[in-house]
Design a binder for this molecule. Structure first.
Ligand SMILES: NC(=O)c1ccc[n+]([C@@H]2O[C@H](COP(=O)([O-])OP(=O)(O)OC[C@H]3O[C@@H](n4cnc5c(N)ncnc54)[C@H](O)[C@@H]3O)[C@@H](O)[C@H]2O)c1
Length: 295
């Protein structure tokens, strides 16, 4: 499958992964770890970046034991200089970077009307949006410059295409990632660069995301209300994530999108109707309503 591009742009899509290099943030668990496994199996060198040292060590050991070339770096994607170091380390070890997955993310939410959860909002947006912005800005110049076929995959969410209540900072960050990715895709086409772009928008995937606020710094957590014991929003979220599709299915969608230069990676069919419905609401001037099936 080839994508529709303007006459001016180069046709892109990576058909040969062997000996090329993939950099993946949030690679120590969940979707990121699965992407590392699938790109490793396709013959790529792997640069794994994550803030969780023990999980990162485990991922590094597992992927090295599987016979893949692995470089692991503990980084916090909120820190621009750490991403600069990651880029340098990746290129020193493996040379040109060909696939960049800006995937690290957390799932914190909280109502808009709560005046006290500002720091939790900032933490979420710093990781989910600024982490992706930094990744693009730091890695792109060399990817454009080396001119070999390469691809950036930014992990957004269906939350970037519809705004569920109580998920403000998550929704904002993921809409931002969608907007950034669409903008970047158009700019890469205008430049006739060999950098393809995809945005990954899954609904629920069975990973540890629902408890990702375990990483939240204490000074941020202290600004949030005590979590009620059992039965609350958090339990509901954990159950929905646990019932999600497997990371393996998501990984296959991503590898296929990189191979075929597909921008939109929507891994779930059911919520697509909600995207259409929302677009119709916008052009018809219909006010937003809560939609339990989507957002
Ligand atoms: N699981 C889902 O239902 C789902 C749905 C849509 C989108 N997503 C997105 O997928 C991405 C991956 O999440 P996942 O579901 O695999 O969850 P996960 O918690 O299993 O993995 C996220 C990884 O990101 C790392 N991370 C968190 N903060 C970081 C930081 N500051 N710097 C570097 N690494 C950091 C974590 O340590 C973890 O290893 C996220 O961007 C998430 O928003 C997940």
């Amino acid at each position: 499958m080839t994508s529709r591009r303007t006459k001016a742009s180069k046709p892109i899509g990576m058909d040969d992964f062997s000996g090329k290099t993939a950099v993946i943030t949030g690679a120590a668990s969940g979707i990121g770890l699965e992407l590392a496994k699938q790109f490793g199996a396709a013959g790529m060198n792997l640069v794994l970046a994550d803030v969780e040292r023990p999980a990162l060590d485990q991922a590094e050991a597992e992927l090295s034991d599987a016979g893949y070339q692995v470089l692991a770096r503990e980084i916090d994607v909120r820190e621009h200089h750490q991403i600069v170091d990651l880029d340098r380390a990746a290129r020193e070890r493996f040379g040109n970077v060909h696939v960049l997955c800006n995937n690290a993310g957390v799932g914190a939410g909280g109502p808009v009307a709560d005046p006290d959860n500002l720091e939790a909002w900032r933490w979420t947006i710093d990781i989910n949006l600024w982490g992706v912005i930094y990744g693009c800005k730091v890695f792109l110049p060399a990817m454009i410059e080396h001119g070999e076929q390469c691809h950036i995959v930014n992990t957004a969410s269906m939350a970037g295409l519809g705004s569920a209540p109580m998920m403000g900072p998550y929704n904002i960050s993921k809409y931002g990632v969608v907007a950034l990715s669409e903008t970047l895709s158009k700019e890469m086409q205008m430049m006739q660069s060999s950098v393809g772009v995809s945005v990954l928008c899954p609904a629920f995937v069975a990973t540890g995301i629902a408890t990702s606020d375990g990483n939240m710094p204490d000074d941020v957590r202290s600004t949030l209300p005590e979590r009620p014991e059992g039965g609350g929003m958090q339990d509901m979220l954990e159950a929905m994530v646990a019932g999600g599709i497997s990371t393996e299915v998501v990984g296959k969608h991503v590898v296929d999108a990189v191979r075929n230069d597909r921008f939109w990676i929507l891994t779930h069919d059911e919520p697509k109707a909600g995207v259409t419905e929302r677009a119709e609401q916008i052009v018809n001037g219909v006010n937003p309503v809560v939609n339990p099936g989507f957002a």
